[in-house]
Design a protein around this ligand. Structure first.
Ligand SMILES: NC(=O)c1ccc[n+]([C@@H]2O[C@H](COP(=O)([O-])OP(=O)(O)OC[C@H]3O[C@@H](n4cnc5c(N)ncnc54)[C@H](OP(=O)(O)O)[C@@H]3O)[C@@H](O)[C@H]2O)c1
Length: 239
């Protein structure tokens, strides 16, 4: 089992939802964590919760869809953390709307955030992992990255793209002892799914919870370095 204590992680969208649950699970393993997002109030509160678990916890406010912001923020994070071992590309947005009704700007924003954002952040972190000949990158796609469905074309397009980008990167950097893991979770209770009307608040017994997702990531990290969870689909036992 790998020792995760004092490893350093960056989690995009780490202030709430799946990202926050992952940050808490990491902190419980002794991993120092940097969480990122656009809402400083939320990030600050989550960082305080993480610090209370006894690890170094910092936050950084930037939009993953803006390359210049990503570039300078990731540099600052890595300088402050004193390195980086783990990246969880989790920040993302979703919206429902028919192909014709969804405004062009909203369609583009989903691609800009979910695809370009992941690309920008990874591009800035990757050289550090290559230099140290090791690291782990978790890329959050979705079941929506595996199957198209009506009224969700932009989100599906973005999550299909994540799988292509993630698998290509995995094959490129496996030789550098960097594990790139593509995750395709099904519906998990979070702000996103509650706002979309596909999960109900407080439905703990029936619907996947962010903690379940976090547990999957930690179990991937704990595999011996010779082994890699190439991809993982998290499904509920209650269809
Ligand atoms: N929940 C599910 O059922 C489910 C299933 C499959 C995949 N996913 C994926 O899992 C990831 C997390 O989802 P979630 O359910 O936790 O959603 P959520 O509760 O809505 O949280 C989304 C996170 O992404 C951050 N974010 C969004 N746009 C951003 C931007 N432009 N720049 C920086 N940060 C941004 C948000 O932070 P700020 O608000 O502070 O910017 C927030 O922390 C997403 O990629 C989602 O597509 C979720």
């Amino acid at each position: 089992m790998s020792n995760l204590k004092h490893k350093k992680a960056i989690i995009t969208g780490g202030g709430r939802g799946l990202g926050k649950a992952t940050a808490i699970a990491f902190a419980k393993e002794g991993i120092d964590v940097a969480i990122t997002g656009r809402n400083e109030t939320v990030l600050k509160a989550t960082a305080a919760e993480l610090e209370a678990l006894g690890v170094k916890a910092i936050y950084s406010v930037f939009d993953v869809g803006h390359y210049e912001q990503v570039k300078s923020s990731i540099k600052d994070i890595i300088d402050t953390l004193g390195g980086v071992d783990i990246l969880v590309n989790n920040a993302g947005i979703a919206a429902i709307g028919s192909f014709n009704d969804m405004p062009v700007e909203q369609w583009s924003e989903m691609i800009q955030t979910n695809v370009m954002g992941m690309y920008y952040v990874t591009k800035e972190v990757l050289p550090h992992l290559i230099d140290q000949n090791g690291g782990d990158i978790f890329n959050v796609s979705s079941t929506a990255g595996l199957n198209g469905n009506p009224n969700i074309s932009a989100y599906c397009a973005s999550k299909f793209a994540v799988i292509g980008m993630s698998e290509s990167l995995m094959k490129e950097v496996r030789k550098n002892n960097i594990r790139v893991i593509t995750l395709t979770p099904s519906t998990i209770e979070s702000d996103m799914t509650i706002e979309l009307g596909i999960a109900k608040e407080g439905s703990h017994e029936n619907v996947l919870q962010p903690e379940d997702f976090a547990e999957l990531i930690v179990s991937g990290l704990k595999l011996p370095r010779r082994a890699m969870m190439k991809s993982a689909a998290l499904w509920s036992t209650n269809p």
